[in-house]
Design a binder for this molecule. Structure first.
Ligand code: HEC
Ligand code: HEC
Length: 286
């Protein structure tokens, strides 16, 4: 019997190629996901010719100032020596390669919901960045908040690791929007109020929160957002301008610039469909 070698081999090579492509992730998709996750903003210094993803961005919180670290593939200054498993562990479990806990200033309470396939693509993208030799800056935290080991308590109370699970009772579009809001977009990190220990008040999910003296993230449930039509909401999330011409404050303007204005039309529609599907909660008492 003669074997049909040609087609069999071609088939085998195709399978090997496909398996390698899946294992390596797709950097182009990863770049898009990085936008949807707002990685650039927190990992790039706020000055004109700052090297992207090379760290140094100051993130002021009530606990002190965090500095987004260098996540370019530089072997010493960045994460060039990391494996994919190290990366997945950081975002999924909030753990450093040496087992120490990350501060939730890296929003892993949200990023833990990112799918495995998307983690692969994000990783593939980060590997394509230019390695930058700029060392990460140490955080500048209040005395009480310096100890990473104390974070196990916060994690034990508030952190439930695990991939996003679609809700079978909802449409594919609403589930896509839920994924974008909960996993990548981490909207609840600002729009859900926190309790005294810094954990999110789950029963007030996306119902608005005070972020500082004069900054509040408004209620994103239909109680408040119903005042905008879908087209208006889309404009707000693409332009950072309100229908009356008002400009958005700095915090959300940055989210719009780095994230929501970068979403595909389809994804933006899904995000809005998801917000429309939330239970209508009353706003935060003033
Ligand atoms: C809201 C700000 C913020 C966003 C958004 C953010 N990060 Fe970070 N990230 C941080 C901070 C702060 C740390 C350091 C945490 C610590 O030291 O405990 C960090 C740490 C990391 C680390 C570990 C680096 C190291 O040297 O240990 C990786 C990897 C990382 N982020 C990747 C990402 C990716 C990928 C995204 C987008 C999906 C992202 N980050 C989005 C703030 C952010
Ligand atoms: C870093 C904090 C932060 C994150 C993350 C964030 N927001 Fe906001 N958002 C704000 C603040 C602060 C405002 C208030 C802006 C103002 O009134 O000028 C706001 C305003 C808004 C508004 C305008 C509502 C209104 O009527 O004033 C919408 C819509 C919105 N955010 C949606 C989102 C969505 C969707 C996400 C996730 C993709 C998100 N935000 C993530 C802080 C944040």
């Amino acid at each position: 019997m003669r074997l049909e070698r040609g087609p069999a081999l071609a088939g085998l090579f195709f399978l090997l190629w496909a398996a390698a492509a899946i294992a390596q992730g797709d950097a182009k998709r990863g770049e898009y996901l990085s936008k949807a996750g707002g990685c650039l903003g927190c990992h790039t210094e706020e000055r004109k010719d700052a090297a992207p993803y090379a760290g140094g961005r100051a993130l002021k919180t009530p606990f002190g100032t965090f500095y987004g670290p260098n996540i370019t593939p530089h072997p010493q200054a960045g994460i060039g020596r990391w494996s994919f498993a190290d990366f997945a562990r950081a975002l999924r479990e909030g753990e450093r390669p040496d087992g120490a806990h990350y501060f939730p200033a890296l929003p892993y309470a949200s990023f833990t919901r990112i799918s495995n396939a998307d983690l692969r693509d994000l990783w593939a993208y980060l590997r394509t960045l230019k390695p930058v030799a700029q060392p990460s800056k140490p955080h500048d935290l209040g005395v009480l908040y310096r100890w990473r080991f104390a974070l196990w308590g916060w994690k034990w109370l508030f952190f439930a690791p695990g991939e996003f699970r679609p809700d079978a009772a909802k449409s594919a579009v609403v589930n896509r929007g839920a994924y974008l809001a909960q996993a990548l977009g981490h909207c609840s990190e600002c729009h859900t109020p926190r309790n005294l220990l810094g954990g999110p008040k789950k029963h007030r999910y996306l119902a608005g929160a005070k972020l500082g003296e004069d900054t509040s993230a408004p209620n994103l449930t239909p109680t408040h957002l119903k005042k905008y039509g879908d087209g208006e909401l889309k404009d707000i999330l693409q332009s950072g301008l309100f229908p009356d011409g008002d400009v958005m404050g700095d915090t959300m303007s940055e989210v719009v610039r780095n994230t929501t204005s970068q979403l595909s039309a389809q994804d933006l529609d899904a995000l809005i469909a998801y917000l429309r599907s939330l239970p209508a909660l009353p706003g935060e008492p003033k």
